[in-house]
Design a protein around this ligand. Structure first.
Ligand code: NSP
Length: 227
C-alpha cells in the first residue's frame, strides 16, 4: 500500500525534525520568545491557507463522506488548533490575537503553501493535494508521540500541553487522508504514484524547513522601493 511507503518515507524527516532546535527547544523549555512568535505568525497564516485548500478540495470531490470530512477538518483548523497556539502564546506572555496581527508568508512557509496550492489548482484528482497535505497532521502527531514517549513532562512544563494536543487530536485526520490516497493510487500508473510520493516527501521536508525557519527567524530581503 502506498501509505505504508509514505509513512516509511516520513520517518527520516520525523527523526531529523525531532533532533532539530525547535522541538528540542520545546522539550527542554529552551526556545526564544522571538522564535515562538515567528512560528505563531507564520503558522496562523499557513493554517488559514490549509483551510482554504480544504475548501478547494470540497469542490473537487463527489463523495459526500469526503465532503463531510473536509468540512470538519476545516472547522478544526480554523478553531480547534488555536488551542495549541495559545499554549505557545502563553509562554511568550502575550495574547495570541495580538501576536498574529503581524507576519507574512516567510520564504520557507511561502514555498510550502504554494506547493499545496499548485496541486490543488493543477490537479483534478484530490489525492495529489492530499499527498502534499498529509505530512501536516501526520508529522506533528508522530513528533508529539515521540516526545511524550521519550520524556517525562512535569505538570508545570510550559509546552507539555502542546505535545499532548498533537499526540492526541489528529490521528483520524491523517488516517482519512492516507485512505483516500491509497484508494486513488489503486487506479493510477507508476508515474502518477511517483508524483504522490514526491509530493508527500517534499511536504515532509517543508515541515522541517518551517520549524527551522522560526529558529533563524527567516525573512525576505528588504527591498528599497524608491530605487
Ligand atoms: C506548518 C505546520 N504543519 C503542521 C501543522 C499541524 N497541523 C501545523 N500547525 N503547521
Amino acid at each position: 500500500m502506498l501509505s505504508t511507503q509514505l509513512k516509511q518515507d516520513a520517518e527520516q524527516f520525523i527523526d531529523e525534525i525531532y533532533g532539530d532546535d525547535f522541538i528540542q527547544g520545546l522539550i527542554n523549555e529552551d526556545i526564544s520568545h522571538a522564535s515562538l512568535i515567528h512560528y505563531l505568525q507564520a503558522d496562523a497564516l499557513y493554517l488559514e491557507e490549509f483551510a482554504n485548500i480544504y475548501a478547494m478540495l470540497i469542490s473537487k470531490t463527489t463523495s459526500k463522506e469526503m465532503m463531510e470530512y473536509l468540512l470538519e477538518e476545516m472547522r478544526f483548523i480554523l478553531g480547534g488548533e488555536v488551542e495549541a497556539h495559545e499554549i505557545l502564546a502563553r509562554a511568550v506572555g502575550r495574547p495570541y490575537a495580538e501576536i498574529i496581527e503581524d507576519g507574512e508568508w516567510y520564504p520557507s512557509a511561502d514555498h510550502y503553501i504554494k506547493h499545496m496550492y499548485y496541486n490543488a489548482y493543477a490537479k483534478e484528482n484530490i489525492a495529489f493535494t492530499l499527498s502534499a497535505m498529509a505530512p501536516c497532521p501526520y508529522i506533528y502527531q508522530k513528533l508529539a508521540e515521540k516526545a511524550m514517549a521519550q520524556n517525562v513532562f512535569q505538570e508545570n512544563h510550559q509546552y507539555r500541553g502542546w505535545f499532548e494536543f498533537y499526540s492526541g487530536n489528529i490521528d483520524e485526520t491523517a488516517d482519512v487522508m492516507f485512505k483516500a490516497i491509497d484508494k486513488e493510487a489503486g487506479k493510477m500508473n507508476d508515474y502518477e504514484i511517483g508524483l504522490l510520493r514526491k509530493n508527500f516527501r517534499e511536504s515532509a521536508e517543508h515541515e522541517r524547513r518551517f520549524f527551522n525557519m522560526a529558529m533563524t527567524r527567516e525573512h525576505w530581503a528588504e527591498v528599497d522601493m524608491n530605487v
